[in-house]
Design a protein around this ligand. Structure first.
Ligand code: SF4
Length: 299
């Protein structure tokens, strides 16, 4: 298990099972707190072969250098980060995805996850990634014709991919929630349960590409659906999307850049992928960029 010291106590994390144990009675001096964020998402490339109407990924061409990326991964691991999440664009279009994932799996104790549309996860690529990814998040926005309208790919092909993915990886579904996908939530939850997904992440659509994002009415309907949800698959929501729903806050004292940061495909560190302000990660490394970003916010 990996150990992380912080303002809330001593945190142990098992990347194989996803088990978290926090000893909050342990008072850790500030000088010993982990310096890296608990979780870092990394956009490997801006390239994508789909054209989803709600996509907020940057459309400028950018891709991370694999050797620099491996050095950043090592640094994050050494500084107490628990997990990295590969995304994009579409991470399966990143040529060195298997090598970089394997580096993280074999040379560090970080949990490695990936968010993908799954249509390029062939049996060959699944074999190349087996044992190197701890969790796979598959974007599934609605079912049947709704999915095909949002993603422009055959829904039957997606279901076949989910079956293959489930034979090798622990996985969850990500669902963008908007007026089109809201009526399909029951069916998406059924799909998650029937394919063996362990988690359903619900993502109200963000304003992007001239679209306004989910309306307050849609978000209220989503919260109502969550309140009435009887299914077996765990539901998750982003930190800013919970509204008045009752949620647990396991790390109340660990905030901001200590919890999460994002590195985009141009190598810029940001608070999240939605934030425009950032600091380039240069030869001084990720933690130095993190410090500069933090100072910028204070100034
Ligand atoms: S699959 Fe993801 S990155 Fe690609 S267009 Fe859709 S939302 Fe954007």
């Amino acid at each position: 298990m990996k150990r992380r010291a912080g303002p809330d106590g001593m945190h142990f994390f098992d990347r194989r099972t996803g088990l978290n144990v926090l000893f909050d009675e342990v008072d850790v001096p500030e000088t010993q707190w982990a310096r890296a964020p608990r979780q870092v998402s990394i956009a490997l490339t801006n390239a994508c072969d789909l054209a989803c109407p709600f996509c907020y990924a940057p459309k400028t061409a950018a891709v991370l250098d694999a050797d620099r990326l491996c050095a950043w991964i090592d640094e994050l691991d050494a500084e107490g980060c628990l997990g990295i999440g590969f995304g994009g664009g579409e991470p399966t279009l990143y040529r060195r995805l298997p090598q970089v994932s394997r580096h993280a799996a074999e040379r560090t104790s970080l949990a490695v996850t990936m968010t993908t549309h799954a249509h390029r996860l062939t049996p060959q690529l699944i074999d190349a990634l087996a044992g190197a990814l701890n969790f796979v998040r598959v974007s599934v926005d609605g079912v049947g014709a709704t999915y095909e309208e949002q993603r422009g790919r055959p829904f039957t092909e997606l279901v076949q991919r989910l079956t293959c993915i489930g034979q090798t990886f622990r996985f969850g579904l990500n669902c963008v929630v908007n007026t089109q996908t809201l009526p399909d939530l029951d069916a998406v939850a059924d799909l998650a349960a029937s394919t063996g997904a362990t988690e359903l992440l619900l993502l109200p659509e963000r304003p992007a590409s001239g679209r306004p994002g989910s309306s307050p009415h849609t978000v209220a309907a989503l919260h109502q659906w969550i309140t009435n949800y009887p299914g077996p698959v765990a539901l998750t929501l982003g930190e800013g999307d919970t509204g008045s729903l009752p949620t647990a806050q396991p790390f109340p004292r660990e905030r901001g850049l200590r919890t999460y940061a994002h590195i985009d495909a141009a190598g810029t560190l940001r608070r999240t992928s939605y934030h425009s302000a950032g600091e380039p990660v240069d030869d001084r490394g990720v933690l130095a960029a993190l410090d500069r970003l933090q100072q910028k916010d204070v100034a």
